[in-house]
Design a protein around this ligand. Structure first.
Ligand SMILES: [Mn+2]
Length: 237
């Protein structure tokens, strides 16, 4: 029987910060690829996080609430939504450890993609409709979450192109924040309005972030299924 890689998933908190919250779709996507997903506690303790990383074969940064703008050098603007300070601190600490260690595959989804960019020293738009410099698409789609609503152009020669075998992907879009200045890695998918929708790090076994939600698409969309399979395969090797 092939090795089932143990993959940690970051979680959020509910409004009163009493309960962990994690969309079941991340767990289900990883289970479909024969991984063993586990939810991580919201700790910032580096000793504990490193102890987890020593056991884990990979980490998935999940989607969720907005990131505190103070963490990328800005004050909060009116378009910024609710934030979770405990989650921000936990995920940034974990992302920075992973960036330093460079020994574990990492996949980021939506907020997770943005957290990875902030941990690398980049920043994000707090709110696309009120901050983006040119006319943006509707990135907070009104269609059901499993329904792709806009295309992205995949960078030729990128890992994402190798994984999906496609130069254009149709993706769902459930975000109002977006990566702005990319730092420490490279964009590998861009929407028609110029919004960066995915990035990957060279010289790393697997460090990929996507702005869309493949965990809501993989049952119907081959490219999303291949992305999870490639991540789990990287965790296995
Ligand atoms: Mn989008």
């Amino acid at each position: 029987m092939s090795h089932r890689p143990l993959i940690g998933i970051t979680a959020g908190l509910n409004d009163q910060e009493k309960f962990h919250m994690l969309s079941r779709y991340f767990m289900e996507a990883l289970c479909s690829c024969d991984a063993l997903p586990v939810m991580l506690p919201l700790t910032c303790d580096g000793t504990l996080l490193n102890a987890y990383l020593n056991k884990l074969d990979g980490v998935l940064f999940s989607g969720g609430a907005d990131v505190d703008p103070l963490l990328f050098g800005q004050y909060q603007k009116p378009g910024c939504g609710a934030i979770s300070p405990l989650r921000d601190a936990h995920e940034l600490a974990l992302a920075k450890l992973l960036i330093d260690r460079k020994d574990k595959p990492v996949l980021g989804v939506c907020r997770g993609f943005q957290v990875m960019n902030i941990a690398l020293g980049g920043d994000i738009y707090q709110d696309i409709p009120s901050e983006y410099e040119s006319e943006a698409l509707a990135h907070r789609q009104k269609q059901p979450e499993y329904y792709p609503s806009h295309p992205v152009d995949v960078t030729p020669g990128s890992l994402l192109e190798k994984i999906t075998g496609q130069q254009t992907l149709m993706v769902n879009s459930l975000h109002h924040q977006a990566v702005r200045h990319i730092k420490g890695w490279n964009a590998c998918a861009v929407a028609p309005d110029g919004i960066v929708e995915a990035a990957e790090m060279q010289d790393h076994p697997f460090f990929v972030g996507v702005q869309w939600h493949p965990e809501r698409l993989w049952e119907r969309d081959a490219a999303s299924a291949k992305l999870f399979q490639a991540f789990v395969q990287a965790c296995r090797s």
